[in-house]
Ligand binder design. Structure first.
Ligand SMILES: NC(=O)c1ccc[n+]([C@@H]2O[C@H](COP(=O)([O-])OP(=O)(O)OC[C@H]3O[C@@H](n4cnc5c(N)ncnc54)[C@H](OP(=O)(O)O)[C@@H]3O)[C@@H](O)[C@H]2O)c1
Length: 301
């Protein structure tokens, strides 16, 4: 018998039928674990809420795989036991996150927040705005989300430049960042939060952006130095659309809320309708690969 553990009953239902001889436990790594937890080899972390603690993961000494259903894994890394393979949910939230990045980009460029504010006052107040047509968009991160954003904006006659760790056909290396920043009116962050990308967007980065340029962050808040961003926004020099902030949740008295030219959504890029089915289809396929001894997909470490 091989034992796997899923975070809740709904996940167990959605994973569906697994090969014979697989025992499924349900535990979200909080509270008392179920009987047999010490046999778990494959554990799926919960999507919403805090990551599992090192103590909780230590209840599973035979653990080989920690599977997440989010693309970002940064919050889980500190407690990851040695020798355990970490896999993410790359692809599960890609389409919805790319969609929100484009929605936020268009909303800021077309001044939708001003229209919403005017509508609340019943005020008919046309305002000049720019659009995406003819814009040059620098997308930092050429993975699932970055490529989807590039594809989504191409019908708007925007030109995108993709950037990743290493160069390849159609993708520039991150080394070219400071040459590229002044050439683009929109800069999108679609990278994971890692020691290399921590506060990648600092005062120098922001200063290299063009006047009036738009920064879009749908990656992780800590990829941006929030104080430097607040300072640059306060100078009325650039604009921003942020689905993620550092800190999160953003405290009610944080200056970012009322900085000029910023649109904020509360980290809602992923998790739109249908995500559970995509997530648990990935989990089932992954468990099947694991049981057959085949290489896993979405391996992060
Ligand atoms: N807002 C939300 O709700 C939401 C939802 C889903 C995901 N996210 C965030 O978005 C991130 C990206 O997701 P994804 O699915 O697109 O990931 P992905 O497919 O793994 O792609 C990540 C991309 O980032 C690049 N990258 C990594 N480190 C870099 C560095 N130091 N400098 C430059 N580029 C670097 C990678 O470069 P290479 O191609 O060279 O490896 C790759 O192109 C996730 O990690 C997550 O934090 C947010």
């Amino acid at each position: 018998v091989r034992t796997i553990c899923l975070p809740d009953v709904e996940a167990a239902e959605r994973v569906g039928e697994l090969p014979e001889g697989v025992r499924v436990l349900v535990w979200d790594a909080t509270g008392d674990p179920p009987l047999g937890i010490e046999d778990v080899e494959f554990f799926v972390g919960r999507y919403i809420g805090k990551p599992a603690s090192a103590d909780a993961l230590a209840r599973m000494p035979r653990l080989q795989v920690l599977q997440l259903v989010s693309a970002g894994v940064d919050a889980w890394l500190p407690a990851l036991p040695r020798g355990v393979t970490l896999c993410n949910g790359r692809g599960v939230h890609g389409a919805s996150t790319a969609e929100l990045a484009v929605a936020g980009m268009l909303a800021v460029l077309r001044r939708i927040p001003d229209a919403v504010a005017a509508q609340r006052r019943h005020a008919w107040q046309p305002r000049a705005a720019d659009g995406l047509t003819g814009k040059h968009v620098l997308i930092i991160g050429a993975g699932d989300i970055g490529r989807r954003i590039a594809a989504a904006i191409s019908p708007f006659d925007a030109e995108s430049t993709l950037m990743a760790r290493s160069a390849r056909s159609g993708v520039l290396a991150i080394d070219a960042l400071h040459d590229q920043l002044p050439l683009h009116e929109v800069v999108v962050l679609a990278v994971p939060h890692t020691p290399e990308t921590h506060r990648l967007v600092d005062a120098e980065f922001l200063a290299a952006m063009r006047d009036g340029a738009l920064l879009v962050n749908i990656a992780r808040g800590a990829v941006v130095d929030t104080d430097a961003l607040v300072a640059e926004l306060a100078r009325d020099r650039i604009r921003a659309y942020l689905d993620v902030t550092d800190p999160e949740p953003l405290p009610a008295d944080h200056p970012l809320w009322s900085a000029p030219n910023v649109l904020i959504t509360p980290h809602v890029g992923g998790g739109t309708a249908g995500w559970q089915q995509r997530a648990y289809t990935l989990v089932r396929e992954q468990v099947e690969r694991f049981l057959r001894g085949e290489p896993l997909v979405n391996v992060v470490t």
